[in-house]
Design a protein around this ligand. Structure first.
Ligand SMILES: Cc1cc2nc3c(=O)[nH]c(=O)nc-3n(C[C@H](O)[C@H](O)[C@H](O)COP(=O)(O)OP(=O)(O)OC[C@H]3O[C@@H](n4cnc5c(N)ncnc54)[C@H](O)[C@@H]3O)c2cc1C
Length: 431
């Protein structure tokens, strides 16, 4: 039997490579470059649509734990991410082009993977096995199909930060340092109190782009546009993406009043992303507002920030914890369409959906990762314990069973130990 995978983003590419590794033949349907999305820029598989960071590697961090679990489960894309990493302090960040080119090459040359550059608008349930990974920018016709199949899909809005040319940043007015380590992977642009107040005042009055069906209600908290954060108070950015904590400006010898951090977007460091500056400002306003930051006075914006629609299912009503539809056997979902938010979440769920699609085809019982693991906590949240209508979720320690301990750090460390034991036992079951 040939397994159909719909969508060649992070979850779909992981599922395709995994299933092919398990000896299954797959059709991988990807609509790009023939049909474009508002955000993807290329026809490559596994394109990273915003930041180039897979977040922290530290086990003190929920995403660090999820990455470790993904690697132990055998994730192919995490392995490729490590081949293409760029320096980013404690985070795993990649050269985005090299990463998706390596994924594309592996998919296109695998003898068990049939790449089909087609938009899928409906599914065949006649004994077929399908893994749907169409992501937050699922095409209109397929969203309509899912809406009809499941009685409506949900959506909310996200925002993307601008990327700038590194050689247009005034390094006389900036300094290289990293808040959390000695690596110095970030370019920091300081603002004095007067500069910050002018910046804030212009920002809260700047023109934003009206987006069809946009409502603050649908904004995912972690991806709030920076102008929305600014509107909640003059100091909100100084306690958010512009916080100066842990940084000393060598020019003044003091902690700056506020700081804007830029992080490498590619291995050569020629492109820098502005950390936490997701925005729906009009493009000319982005240029004007950024030029109020002294080091960015003449900055060259390579990719402007944008707002986008984000489609996902109400999974607590629709999916079982093996990522299979409750009403349609052999129909699996992974990635953001299932209600998981984040690159690593998409990848690890793609691996899990592949493990279960493979077992399903072989007539074996599908598996559910234990709740005490990060992947188990995520899956449990979207399919069992999360409320309907679902709010998408990313890795966090709150998803793991509570441990009675006062010290939060110690408590999380204990949760990590439990998770590591449980994922080990899970691995023994699925092998
Ligand atoms: C603008 C934006 C910024 C984001 N920024 C971040 C970030 O910085 N960090 C982070 O961790 N997460 C981020 N996310 C969230 C999420 O992690 C990413 O969207 C991630 O790429 C999701 O992986 P996925 O595989 O589910 O979807 P995608 O990677 O989007 O893959 C889905 C694929 O399906 C294809 N497709 C869609 N419909 C069809 C169809 N009908 N037929 C065939 N193919 C189809 C698409 O072309 C696409 O290639 C962001 C999301 C968005 C939308």
């Amino acid at each position: 039997m040939i397994i159909n995978i719909i969508g060649g983003g992070l979850a779909g590419s992981e599922a395709a490579l995994s299933l092919a590794d398990f000896g299954q033949e797959v059709n991988l349907f990807e609509m790009r470059p023939n049909v474009k999305t508002d955000v993807h820029q290329s026809g490559d598989f596994a394109e990273l649509v915003c930041s180039n960071s897979f977040k922290s590697e530290s086990l003190d961090n929920a995403s660090g734990l999820l990455k470790e679990e993904g690697l132990r489960l055998g994730s192919r894309l995490l392995e490729i991410a490590y081949h293409n990493r760029v320096p980013a302090g404690k985070a795993l960040a990649v050269d985005r082009k090299a990463f998706s080119e390596e994924v594309s090459m592996k998919l296109e040359t695998h003898p068990l993977i049939n790449v089909r550059r087609e938009e899928v608008c409906s599914l065949d349930f006649d004994g077929a096995v399908n893994v749907v990974c169409t992501g937050p920018l699922t095409s209109g016709c397929f969203e309509a199909f899912l809406g009809e199949l499941f009685g409506g899909a949900l959506f909310f809005f996200d925002a993307v930060a601008p990327i700038v040319a590194a050689d247009s940043v005034d390094l006389e007015r900036a300094f290289i340092a990293d808040r959390y380590s000695d690596n110095g992977d970030y370019v920091n642009c300081s603002l004095s109190r007067e500069e910050y107040e002018l910046f804030w005042n212009e920002l809260v009055h700047a023109e934003v782009l009206e987006v069809e069906n946009f409502s603050d209600r649908f904004l995912f908290e972690r991806c709030q546009p920076f102008e929305e954060i600014a509107r909640s108070g003059i100091d909100a950015l100084r306690f958010g993406p512009m916080k100066p904590v842990g940084l000393i400006d060598p020019i003044t010898g003091k902690e700056p009043y506020a700081v804007v951090q830029l992080r490498k977007e590619n291995l050569s460091g020629s492109l820098l992303g502005i950390v936490g500056f997701q925005t729906r400002l009009k493009w000319r306003e982005q240029k004007r507002i950024l030029s109020l930051i002294p080091a960015l006075r003449n900055v060259d914006i390579i990719r402007y920030g944008v707002m986008h629609r984000n489609t996902f299912l109400d999974s607590p009503r629709l999916l079982n914890p093996d990522l299979q539809s409750r009403n349609h056997k052999g129909l699996f979902f992974a990635g953001q369409i299932s209600g998981l938010e984040g690159y690593v979440e998409a990848i690890v769920s793609g691996r899990l959906a592949a493990i279960n699609a493979d077992r399903y085809v072989r007539g074996k019982q599908t598996v559910i990762p234990p709740v005490g693991t990060m992947i188990g906590g995520l899956i449990n949240h979207i399919t069992v314990s999360g409320r309907s209508p679902l709010k998408p979720v990313y890795a966090n320690f709150g998803l793991l069973p509570e441990i009675r301990m006062k010290n939060r750090r110690e408590k999380n460390r204990k949760k990590v130990v439990v998770a590591q034991e449980k994922i080990q036992r899970f691995l023994e079951v699925i092998i």
